[in-house]
Design a protein around this ligand. Sequence first.
Ligand code: ADP
Ligand code: MG
Length: 272
Amino acid sequence: SPAGARPALPRTLVLANQKGGVGKTTTAINLGTALAAIGEKVLILDLDPQGNASTGLGLDRKNRPVSTYHVLTGEASLESAITPTAVPRLFVAPSTLDLLGVELEISGERDRVQRLKKAISALMTSEVSDPFTYILIDCPPSLNLLTINALTAADAVLVPLQCEFFALEGLSQLLKTVEQVRSALNPTLTIHGVVLTMFDPRNNLSGQVVADVRQFMGSKVYETMIPRNVRVSEAPSHGKPVLLYDLKCAGSQAYLRLASEIIQRERALRAA
Ligand code: ADP
Ligand code: MG
């Protein structure tokens, strides 16, 4: 196929689900770490005012002089917000609670939904020698202006879905929003995949939810499921991705498998 039809770098994936507590932030941190561990250069863009991705990557609130808030208001470039982490090749553009007010502050601007897309484009022209190969955007648990900015800027959506009874209900709403953004703002936006999180093989309900989601979403569901694993939930309080905290645990190993599955899907897209 002609080079122009192939997905360009970086690949910008948005972790979206308007439900809180489903594993968006955990997946952003640990998938990002796993991708970096296998040689990708990764930027985690924290778009949640809570800043849990920034904290979980060891970045104190005091050490966020430039944040995604400044990027969205136009006060600073995305490049100037980027901070290294303890993981080689993994960087974060942190967020602060200021982000809570950004929706009001830019609501009168004509380009309010394109702010992030423009910031990423500017980054791509400034980082030509050693570009990022993946940008992962961590979203807040709502379908607000922040999430719309992320969906407008992204190539594809990665949906973390917790293995629980109401999982599918929220998914339909999210898919509807993705469809609206695709038709109005970002015609090439795709669903990259659905990752089932906090899977518990001893729980019958978990198994039933997995079967339902696989029936509904087919091959969009990644083979890899992220098990419920206490090491995964302990790691953020140490300011570390679980892969640095306990590489051998089931959670770390699952995120490594997910990263290679994602890279395989990307290779298939590139070869098509
Ligand atoms: P979201 O960003 O969607 O709100 P989080 O990633 O913050 O969700 O996860 C919600 C909570 O569940 C956090 O306390 C997190 O540590 C925990 N958690 C996430 N994934 C796992 C997992 N695989 N095993 C155990 N706990 C998990
Ligand atoms: Mg979160």
